[in-house]
Design a binder for this molecule. Structure first.
Ligand code: NAD
Length: 331
């Protein structure tokens, strides 16, 4: 089996989780862990027994002993790091979201078209067996014509306010998972209308964000939906999705499987890993399988750009109090 040598960028909360997973994915050798914090890079390297760690990110990407670049850095840094890897001709797997702005997505999209280097953005829920079963039922026509989408994503507890300030806000950072799934399952979203509030932590006001949100969505095919997002529950990570068709519905409720804050603080990544542990593993296995088989992994830049466009429209709606057409958000 072909072995891929990886430069792994960003060994923070989610990066460490992925490093643990990489230990059990055959044909992958992490060659170097790079992080702007040398201590984080060193810790990351110990997780996966990588021979090198560094705080020189560009050198890690350019390393001649590296074939593939994996990115788990803060969202604002994704476009530049993807750009460097694509220019070096190295396939990329990058955590969601692809970027914070549509011009950045357009530039990356043009670059990838020009250089034909595979880039996959990590939307792990697509790889969760429960969502995959629902998608198979939908694709087989079992649900009939889709009429409504209801989904809810509530974290067990909020990330730090420092993280929130660089995250792009709740639509771009968090319920972008729901925008991605809604588009993947039902089709393109035409219009969004968002209302939000701060009920968990007044610090969200200083960060220019909300901690609780409801977004109504209208799909181009006539279906409508509602997406609820929140940054805290007392009872644990609460993920539910209902896809309602003319014949049947698919209902996925993952709340009961998560640890509860009643038993002590549950960090967001801890709760996500508990719920989507297999999905995080499956998405990376799929990425390397695609590289081995010469298949373009999904979602790529363009698909990830679609959900970002919806998230930016929802953010604009949140701040203006008006419905926003997704097509009005352009590069
Ligand atoms: N798919 C999911 O469920 C999921 C969950 C959590 C986070 N994420 C995404 O993963 C990314 C990272 O989130 P996190 O929670 O791990 O953040 P984090 O702040 O915990 O970790 C980020 C790490 O990157 C390092 N870093 C910062 N700038 C860098 C740069 N330019 N180059 C290299 N290293 C750099 C930091 O020192 C830190 O160690 C974000 O884009 C976030 O949206 C996805």
């Amino acid at each position: 089996m072909q072995t891929f040598r990886v430069a792994f960028l960003g060994a923070g909360r989610i990066g460490q989780m992925h490093l643990h997973n990489l230990r059990t994915i055959a044909g992958v050798q992490v060659q170097v862990v790079a992080d702007t914090s040398l201590a984080a890079a060193a810790h990351g390297a110990t997780i996966v027994a990588a021979p090198r760690h560094t705080d020189d990110i560009s050198a890690a990407i350019a390393d001649p002993e590296v074939d593939v670049v994996m990115i788990c850095t803060p969202t604002g840094s994704h476009p530049e790091l993807i750009r460097q890897a694509v220019l070096a001709g190295k396939p990329v797997w990058c955590e969601k979201p692809v970027a914070l702005t549509m011009p950045a997505v357009q530039q990356l999209s043009d670059l990838v078209d020009q250089h034909q280097v595979p880039v996959m953005i990590g939307y792990m829920r697509r790889f969760d067996a429960r969502y995959q079963r629902a998608k198979a039922r939908l694709d087989a026509g079992e649900l009939g014509r889709i009429e409504r989408w209801h989904s809810q994503s509530i974290d067990a507890s909020p990330p730090s306010l420092a993280f929130i300030k660089t995250s792009g806000g709740i639509c771009i950072d968090m319920i972008i998972h729901d925008f991605d799934l809604a588009t993947y399952f039902v089709g393109e979203i035409d219009t969004v209308y968002a209302q939000g509030t701060v009920v968990v932590d007044p610090g969200f006001i200083d960060a220019g964000d909300v901690d609780t949100i409801i977004v109504t969505v209208r799909f181009k095919n006539g279906a409508i939906g509602v997406i609820t997002g929140g940054r805290r529950t007392a009872w644990g990570y609460d993920i539910r999705t209902e896809i309602v068709g003319s014949q049947e519905r698919a209902y996925i409720a993952l709340q009961s499987a998560t640890p509860s804050n009643h038993d002590g603080d549950v960090s967001p990544v801890e709760a996500q890993t508990h719920t989507f542990g297999d999905a995080y593993h499956a998405e990376l296995t799929y990425f390397f399988d695609c590289l081995r088989q010469g298949i373009t992994p999904r979602p790529g830049i363009a698909e990830a750009g679609q959900s970002l466009q919806v998230a930016i429209a929802a953010t604009q709606s949140l701040h203006t109090g008006r419905p926003v057409r997704v097509s009005d958000i352009s590069a």
